[in-house]
Write a protein that binds this ligand. Structure first.
Ligand code: IPE
Ligand code: IPE
Ligand code: MG
Length: 250
């Protein structure tokens, strides 16, 4: 599928394994609470779940894995939880990046980084640079990310570079300025933790993604649960507005 054509116009090749999976990793706090542990213990275990899912995706042949780690709304949490998440993010990058690189995994971070401290910003940049030419899997972490922010930011940047587009512009003009412009749109969206909402994640890119919700809390999610989600995806018929019969003629 051309990356610069809207998913609403093109039927991507439906492969047995989704080439792009997007995940809202939710339920860390509840996982910890069930075990009479502080919420932050759930975040810590969440990193381990992510590690397992990244390895499984790489082995299954998923090309892009995009995970929501911190939303633009999560700053509203108690300040000690926010600072714990920031230091966990830094530690995770410092500890895991060499391993990602060894496994030929490219790391990308999307979101508004300007609110992170200098050290975290620098570590993010170094991690992206180190892994930039890896090809086995692209792991994108959304941090201080919001779907509306993404669209607004893309429009603003596009207009700064091409003021004449203020009159009118097409999807293809905007596409290169969106944060996921170098990836195909997600085939499968997974949200753990039981809530059935998008919470401002990838609003633009999820237009025709297959949605999968599970009650499993993120720290308890692993390879087996990922395979269950993929099996559910494989039973879907993606019509993109067409009829079932038209798909047979494709
Ligand atoms: C998701 O788990 C992780 C982040 C938002 C950082 P939560 O912390 O939202 O866990 P619950 O939803 O309170 O259980
Ligand atoms: C969404 O989880 C964001 C992340 C997983 C990073 P939340 O737990 O913050 O979502 P809401 O606010 O309950 O919808
Ligand atoms: Mg939550």
């Amino acid at each position: 599928m051309s990356l610069f054509q809207s998913s609403t116009c093109i039927i991507p090749d439906i492969t047995a394994v989704p080439s792009h999976i997007a995940v809202i990793m939710d339920g860390n706090g509840r996982w910890a609470k069930q075990r009479f542990m502080p919420r932050v213990a759930g975040h810590q275990r969440g990193v381990e779940a992510l590690r397992e899912v990244v390895i499984a995706c790489r082995e299954l042949g998923v090309e892009y894995l995009t995970v929501f780690a911190f939303s633009s709304e999560n700053w509203r949490r108690p300040s000690d939880e926010v600072s714990f998440l920031m230091s966990l993010f830094l530690k995770m990058l410092e500890r895991e990046v060499a391993k990602l690189h060894k496994n030929n995994i490219r790391l990308k971070i999307i979101g508004d980084r300007s609110r992170f401290d200098d050290k975290l910003q620098k570590t993010m940049q170094d991690a992206e640079q180190l892994t930039a030419s890896n090809t086995a899997l692209t792991l994108t972490i959304a941090a201080n990310y919001g779907g509306r922010w993404d669209v607004m930011h893309a429009v603003q940047t596009m207009l700064k570079e091409h003021p004449h587009l203020a009159q009118t512009f097409a999807e293809t003009d905007l596409q290169p300025y969106l944060s996921m412009s170098d990836a195909p749109e997600p085939d499968l969206f997974i949200r753990t933790g039981g809530e059935q909402r998008i919470s401002n994640f990838m609003l633009w890119q999820l237009a025709y993604t297959e949605l999968y919700f599970t009650d499993v809390l993120w720290p308890a999610f692993g390879r087996k649960e990922l395979e269950t989600a993929i099996a559910s995806y494989q039973k879907r018929e993606r019509r993109f507005g067409r009829t079932s019969e038209q798909l047979l003629d494709k």
